[in-house]
Design a protein around this ligand. Sequence first.
Ligand code: TYM
Length: 331
Amino acid sequence: MATKKQVLYSATKPTGNLTIGNYLGAIKNWIGLMDKYNCYFCIANLHAHTIDLKAEFVKERTLEQFAMFLACGLNPEKATVYIQSMVSEHTELTWLLNCNTMMGEASRMTQYKDHVAKGEKGITTALFTYPILMAADILLYNTNIVPVGEDQVQHVELARDIANRFNHKFKDTFVIPKAVIPTVGARIKGLQDPTSKMGKSGDDPNNVIYLKDSDEEITRKIKRAVTDSLNNIAYDEKNQPGVSNLLTIISACENKPIEEVINELKGSGYGALKKRTTEAVINVIAPIREKYLELIKNPKKLIEIAEMGAKKAKKVAKVVIRKAKDAMGLI
Ligand code: TYM
């Protein structure tokens, strides 16, 4: 008898253009798992409005990310590839989970804490509660594994805690998910600030390589990447964060252990290291960009594919919502 495939769920939020960090930390690892798992890949556009963004911006980024998912090789025939706002069960389950999440748990989530620590004005309640929406995304599909970059692990653990609490308080309803992070590429750092994560909505475009970037832009950005004055090609995150980040990028792009890359570059200077990084990145990005530029020309077709995915997603989501409402005594 054939065993049922386990469920894999992951998503990105359209607050900007996808970066090489999103690709190496997440999307790249999803591609090879499409045959083994029953996969759901989502553009989490409801998450985008946790920060102050214009409607048109969110709409454009949503379609762009959707096209980029397909360009990266996510196959809508094999996997369920969809846009979050097309499946209303996400927001419905969020409320049910809100009722089962402690203030203390939500307060511990790093992103909210970071925004508060920076003294930002205009923080919404959505920024505080969005990890609960993320828990709903995951729990809605009976998810077993969630492949993400390091920064999202805390949220997957919250989803686990909420699911466990719900199952104990009411009745066994949710599958308990588990985060999976890649061995290399789980945290790609910025090119200008290699001590913190390369994020898609940062201010300095030189800090970030976008999947949309031209070969010239990639070459220029890597040429300007911050290194150090030690002139030593070694992996040492504390003392040589810039060099270590470039080595990580090469290793993840070429699927080679970092030690092997270091060996190959032995005796070379930082010019050679940057040249090698540029080649590795262009080899990965150029074919994705070409496909993307074709796909984005036809937004109508993209919406059709997203609707097909949403229909598949809804079928499962409806059943899980009913189960959760029954468990909570909601007629
Ligand atoms: P987001 O959009 O910030 O990032 C999408 C994925 O990319 C990974 N990632 C990185 N990995 C390595 N290095 C980096 N510099 C880097 N930057 C981003 C992230 O870890 C993530 O895996 N809340 C989520 C989206 C989301 C989600 C979900 C994810 C919504 N619902 C359900 C999983 C399951 C987010 O903001 O990801």
